[in-house]
Ligand binder design. Structure first.
Ligand code: BGC
Length: 420
């Protein structure tokens, strides 16, 4: 049992008791959405919530991929100041539910027919021991390559469908003085690129198996070696340093960089900067990942223990899954609806491709490790640190990283990746 979990178990009783005391009449929502598009998406949600009588107050913790938000959430819960609702994704949902900290939303789900309306993967994700413990908001696709259409048109280039084409295009762009790839050296962004490359090399089945303890030897597989080598090679096309992802989105919008491999929250950001899909920028699947979906699902949990807040919590859960909020919110955020009955006519080409691909089912789906869908927090952070070390230092041999990560998976893996 990971240390963190033991720690939480010890505090669970104390926490549930203290959550009940609410400081004021606000309804605190903790999340990590602080970029321009993320704030707009939150505003859309907050406005709808306020219309429904939920006194939404943002507790926004900066830091891409929720690195800071998770730490703050833990500190708040341990300090007896749990928010009324929090962004929580992946297996973490079930861990918090196991501690009895989450409000069960079974009535809301039954009334909204969630079991029929949600994609099966999403329906599984929001339940623990038969109870619904989270409200899903949107599905992000991570294996997306965005490109600046003007830069490509000016250079007479077509977006790359294979890695050989990618290299040719990137070299041609570099010769024209354009930085080919918007890629940051920030740990979570490096690791996000790596997992996309691992999917490209091995496909969804292989990708999912990587995080299961009994498969730790897969980290020595030639497909991982190739993904790591490519990760390092791509660095030559990228700028120096560790810019935030939204800074990179701006560089793509301006045409200072030509391509950006990033989750489709980048689409939301490009739109917020006044850029439009298929006019200013295009999106295609990363080479080798067409018809695959590397995903992260944004969802919100409600903390239990305050009966006074429960009606608002239930209202918010219902609202988040409602068709109109799903359509409006996801359009701004860059993600796609979690509902199987979503209207594709109102989606742009990127969203339609994402939603349809995800809808093909578990066989094409790959849960993002970096974005908390595949492992627990401890293993995720340890793998990210190794990948970052590898990317930042050319002297670190590929084999050493494989050995270290295999060891981590063997020691720390709790979730069976290929069981998902
Ligand atoms: C979340 C997105 C968010 C992105 C950047 C991902 O983990 O799922 O909603 O926009 O991180 O912070």
């Amino acid at each position: 049992m990971p240390l963190l979990r033991v720690h939480f178990l010890c505090c669970a009783v104390l926490c549930t008791a203290t959550i009940a005391a609410r400081a004021d009449d606000h309804f605190d929502v903790l999340h990590w959405w602080t970029s321009v598009s993320e704030r707009r998406a939150v505003d859309e949600l907050a406005e709808r919530a306020v219309d429904d009588g939920v006194a939404w107050r943002n507790a926004a913790i900066p830091g891409g991929a929720g690195i800071g938000a998770m730490k703050v959430l833990k500190a708040r819960v341990l300090g007896g100041r749990a928010p009324d609702s929090a962004q929580l994704i992946g297996p973490a949902i079930t861990e918090w539910a196991d501690l009895g900290l989450l409000l069960e939303l079974d009535d809301v789900a039954a009334a909204g027919n969630w079991n029929m309306r949600l994609f099966p993967t999403i329906w599984t994700l929001v339940r623990q021991r038969g109870h619904v413990v989270a409200a899903p908001l949107g599905i992000h696709r991570i294996n997306v390559l965005f490109y600046n259409r003007k830069v490509f048109a000016d250079a007479g280039l077509a977006p790359p469908k294979t890695w050989a084409e990618f290299d040719r295009v990137a070299d041609a762009l570099a010769r024209r003085g354009v930085t080919p790839l918007a890629q940051s050296g920030q740990p979570w962004q490096v690791a996000t690129l790596f997992e996309t490359l691992a999917l490209s090399e091995g496909g969804p089945g292989f990708y999912r198996s990587l995080y299961a303890r009994r498969n730790s030897n897969l980290w020595f597989d030639a497909r991982v070696t190739r993904a790591l080598n490519r990760l390092r090679e791509l660095r030559r096309y990228a700028p120096q340093g560790e810019p935030a992802w939204d800074v990179l989105a701006r560089s793509l919008a301006r045409g200072d960089t030509a391509m950006f491999i990033m989750g489709d929250w980048a689409k939301g950001e490009l739109q917020a900067l006044g850029k439009a899909v298929d006019i200013d920028f295009g999106c295609i699947a990363v080479p080798g990942t067409e018809n695959m979906h590397l995903y992260s699902v944004d969802s919100f949990v409600m903390f239990a223990g305050n009966y006074g807040t429960q009606p608002e919590q239930e209202k918010l859960a219902k609202l988040m899954v409602s068709p109109s909020v799903q359509a409006a919110y996801n359009h701004i955020k860059g993600s796609v609806p979690v509902r199987r009955d979503a209207d594709t006519a109102t989606m742009d080409a990127c969203a339609r491709a994402s939603w349809r691909t995800f809808g093909r089912g578990a066989g094409v789906q790959a849960p993002s490790m970096v974005h908390r869908m595949a492992t627990d927090e401890t293993l995720k952070d340890a793998i990210i640190a190794q990948l970052h070390r590898f990317y930042s230092d050319d002297h670190v041999p590929v084999g050493e990283i494989q050995r270290r990560i295999a060891g981590l998976v063997r020691t720390l893996a709790e979730q069976g990746g290929d069981e998902k």
